[in-house]
Design a protein around this ligand. Sequence first.
Ligand code: SF4
Ligand code: SF4
Length: 149
Amino acid sequence: MFGEDVSLSFGLNRESPYSFKCQRCGICCNNKRIVPSPSERARLAAFLGISEDRFIAEYLNPESGELRSTPDGDCIFLGPGSCRIHPARLLVCRLFPLGLLRNQEGGEAFGIMPLHPDCLGLLGTDGTVGEDLKAQGVDTLLENERQTK
Ligand code: SF4
Ligand code: SF4
């Protein structure tokens, strides 16, 4: 297990020991401020079978560009107990609880974000950061981000 000193230090790389088993309870999908990138907007619109304009109008806050929330703060895509768009979920949702910092030269560093106090996920060291990124489909999305910049 990681000690608290690792959290938020962004001291992990792809070879670092890491594993996380999310139980998909949806508890942490509340009070999030997520701004989908242009490639994510297009991808989610395609997943939902709607135009990008309609996606923006229905799912994004017009002032901030963030995903809309319900009055009680839940992400607009949170269904009964879990994410309604799980196969197409956003990059930040796939990474969580990993956070990613990238620089202009393509360098990257990872850290572990604080978990919700009621999170049922299992944080451990059964694999590596790189294995988790692959399992979550993160690299494909990062490549999409690079191509649309
Ligand atoms: S998109 Fe899905 S996984 Fe991400 S915050 Fe919303 S409900 Fe949760
Ligand atoms: S609270 Fe923990 S177990 Fe539940 S969805 Fe979030 S990360 Fe997964």
